[in-house]
Design a protein around this ligand. Structure first.
Ligand SMILES: Cc1cc2nc3c(=O)[nH]c(=O)nc-3n(C[C@H](O)[C@H](O)[C@H](O)COP(=O)(O)OP(=O)(O)OC[C@H]3O[C@@H](n4cnc5c(N)ncnc54)[C@H](O)[C@@H]3O)c2cc1C
Length: 361
């Protein structure tokens, strides 16, 4: 890899956002370097990486899902090849409709053409054997995939290190200087621009903390349940996802707006356990408990674009609870935008918050 030059983009953060962005720089043959403080508890590393077309109590079809899903199904297998790992699994999600409202929503939506092929009544719920779901009706959500963060992100990191494009360090804002020619210096090295993909830590970024991020901390457990043999994912009171080891499951998650840290606390564990015990009458042991804030935003849309005053600074963030489906396509679009080939979608562009910046300034 060539040393950085004034044409190189510096990316801060190697979560799913920064990794996807860097990978799309690589694909476009554009020079990039990453600075990331290795963090095994980062949101991307503890996420199940579920890519789910139909979410929430009203069974809403995820925003832009057709395009996001199509692109994700192209990129993740491509990355498996490149990185020499297996991390992407196509699956389906058994979802219980526990309330009358959920059942009504299903009846209404299953008839709509845009839901065609994405969900159906579960014909065989024996797959849920071992779980307790009472009389509730189960549906099957199709087109679901998992891209396990715990496998993908460490493999990505190794690859960036091999390319000599990653430095393990904390970014130091006091070392940032703007040049008269529109470029930027970081520790005496000139770069074309710096793009921040710091996840919830954007709150400490003096240039972008005007953007309305409202982090939502989530806990997740890995459990070992020898008598449970789930092949697919299931969402009853909690979401259960089979992980690599036999009879081991990812379980989560909750949304906590009061704590903005990565400390797995007893209160978070209890929240998950209370719901898990409602649905899992079998003995299990907790193998691991982790927690991290998701970079969620006020309007639940990503935060992408260049700074209103310093266009040599950019942000690629705000992926909320859907980083694994959003980041691939949005990274491709952001790289096109930076190459002046495509406009940013107004729903993701940070221009929608220009007024917040003016008020701060
Ligand atoms: C429990 C849980 C379950 C989830 N499940 C799913 C799921 O199933 N599907 C899905 O799509 N999403 C899921 N999410 C959400 C998903 O994890 C996020 O959307 C995504 O991880 C955000 O990625 P990111 O790269 O923006 O941030 P992060 O993953 O937080 O990465 C940011 C990186 O930047 C680094 N960094 C920050 N500041 C600096 C600095 N100053 N210097 C150097 N490095 C810095 C950090 O160390 C970190 O490595 C889940 C989240 C949680 C918490």
């Amino acid at each position: 890899m060539k040393p950085p030059t004034s044409k190189t983009t510096l990316i801060i953060g190697q979560g799913i956002a920064g990794s996807m962005l860097a990978y799309h720089f690589h694909k476009a043959n554009l020079a990039y370097q990453i600075i990331d403080k290795q963090n095994p508890n980062a949101s991307s590393r503890i996420a199940a990486g579920l890519i789910n077309p139909i979410t929430g109590r009203v069974l809403a079809k995820s925003w832009l899902f057709h395009r996001l899903s199509e692109y994700a199904h192209q990129i993740y297998p491509e990355l498996e090849q490149l990185l020499g790992i297996s991390c992407f699994t196509k699956t389906q999600l058994f979802r219980l409709l526990k309330t009358e409202k959920e059942r009504n929503e299903f009846s209404l939506r299953v008839e709509l053409p845009e839901y065609d092929g994405w969900m159906s009544e579960a014909i065989d719920i024996s797959q849920l054997q071992g779980l307790s779901y009472g009389e509730a009706k189960a549906i099957l959500i199709h087109g679901v995939a998992i891209s396990l963060g715990s496998r993908l992100l460490p493999a990505f990191r190794k690859w960036f290190q091999k390319q000599r494009t990653l430095t393990d360090a904390s970014f130091d804002f006091s070392q940032l200087r703007f040049s008269d020619t529109g470029s930027v210096f970081y520790k005496e090295q000139e770069y074309q621009r710096v793009i921040f993909a710091e996840g919830f830590r954007m709150k400490d970024n003096p240039y972008f903390n005007y953007l309305p991020m409202i982090p939502a901390k989530g806990d997740r457990l890995i459990i070992h349940c020898p008598e449970l043999q789930l092949k697919d994912c299931a969402k009853i009171s909690q979401t259960l996802i089979p992980v690599e080891k036999p009879n081991h499951y990812w379980v989560g998650s909750n949304y906590n707006h009061n704590e903005v840290d990565e400390i797995p606390r007893e209160s978070g564990r209890q929240k998950i356990l209370e719901k898990l015990e409602e649905m899992l009458p079998l003995p299990f042991e907790i193998v691991e408990h982790k927690a991290a804030p998701r970079p969620t935003t006020k309007d639940r849309r990503p935060l992408i674009g260049l700074h209103p005053k310093y266009p040599q600074l950019g942000v690629f963030n705000g992926m909320g609870s859907k980083g694994f489906s959003l980041a691939p396509l949005l990274a491709a679009q952001f790289v096109n935008f930076l190459s002046q080939e495509e406009e940013l979608h107004p729903r993701v562009s940070i221009r929608r918050f220009d007024q917040h910046y003016t008020m701060k300034d």
